[in-house]
Write a new protein. Structure first.
Length: 298
């Protein structure tokens, strides 16, 4: 049972099975061959026997193939590498050709917003920036495609994919230990479900998403989750409120909260400095935030 749990932690279903990218697999197998040959040649150069050198190279190749089988790739960012450097005719042969597929390269707020707009994720609605109709529909279908429990209490696979992590352990419905490095928390189980669906949909639409730093991924997911218009738990409309928090001893901040009007499930509760709020927060409803004094403990 212990061996099985190790395998489960290593497996990446979002990049294997029917989700496996054949150009990515081909590239990684080629890298595995190069690594195995290099190890074998190094063994011979160090004075080892042909048998021992071949054994070492074979072991490296076997380990690499196992990693590719379980994870889909050897090195992170492989999908971006293949789309960027493989010839179009090769990608088209595998059904991956898409010269217009947006690449998310910068973590600057304006650059992210522009890239998400080109990917059909965001759209302008008057003064507000909202989820595009097609993306909103795809997101809702992705959330509803799972069983009823998974909609509000997804397994660790969804969190692992959302954060591009290797090892995720659930500590509760909203807290997860990630790669043994720390604990990631959400405001609700519904927020976890939405982020898992958002990340999967972004991975389908963008190059470079899987290569983003974990903190940047969470920032993007939070910005999009605040714009979700239907509750994943009951399907009722959500409501977003934006308020300016003034404190006598600190710089102004902006607080944005998205919650279900019916069941009051909380999807987002985010606070950022007012100076950094324009792109993602301040005009989420097309309105300026209302003023509210912050409590001394805020």
């Amino acid at each position: 049972m212990g061996d099985q749990s190790v395998v489960d932690r290593l497996r990446r279903p979002e990049y294997t099975g029917e989700n496996r990218c054949l150009p990515c697999t081909a590239l990684n197998v080629a890298l595995a061959v190069v690594a195995a040959v290099a190890v074998a040649a190094g063994g011979l150069a160090a004075g080892g026997s042909r048998a021992s050198a071949a054994g070492a190279g074979g072991a490296v190749f076997a380990a690499a193939l196992a990693a590719i089988a379980l994870r889909g790739y050897l090195i992170p960012g492989t999908p971006t590498i293949t789309r960027r450097y493989f010839p179009d005719r090769v990608l088209e042969a595998f059904g991956k050709g898409d010269a217009d597929r947006p690449v998310l390269e910068s973590v600057d707020d304006e650059a992210i917003a522009a890239t998400l707009s080109r990917a059909g994720v965001l759209a302008e609605d008057g003064d507000a920036v909202v989820l595009a109709d097609g993306f909103r529909t795809a997101l809702r279908e992705r959330i509803e495609s799972g069983d009823s429990d998974a909609q509000v209490d997804p397994d660790v696979d969804g969190v692992r994919a959302a954060l591009c992590a290797d090892d995720v352990r659930a500590l509760g419905a909203t807290s997860f230990e990630v790669d043994g490095e720390g604990i990631e928390r959400w405001v609700s189980a519904e927020a976890v479900a939405v982020d898992a669906a958002l990340a999967a949909e972004l991975d389908d639409r963008l190059d470079g998403w899987e290569a983003l730093h974990r903190g940047d991924r969470r920032d993007v997911l939070t910005g999009l989750r605040l714009r979700v218009e239907r509750c994943p738990a009951c399907g009722s409309p959500t409501e977003t409120t934006v308020e300016r928090l003034d404190h006598c001893c600190r710089r102004p901040h902006v607080a944005v909260q998205t919650a279900c009007r019916e069941c009051e499930a909380l999807l987002g509760d985010h606070v950022v400095p007012a100076s950094a709020a324009d792109t993602w927060i301040e005009r989420v409803d097309g309105e300026e935030p209302s003023d509210r004094p912050a409590s001394p403990s805020a």
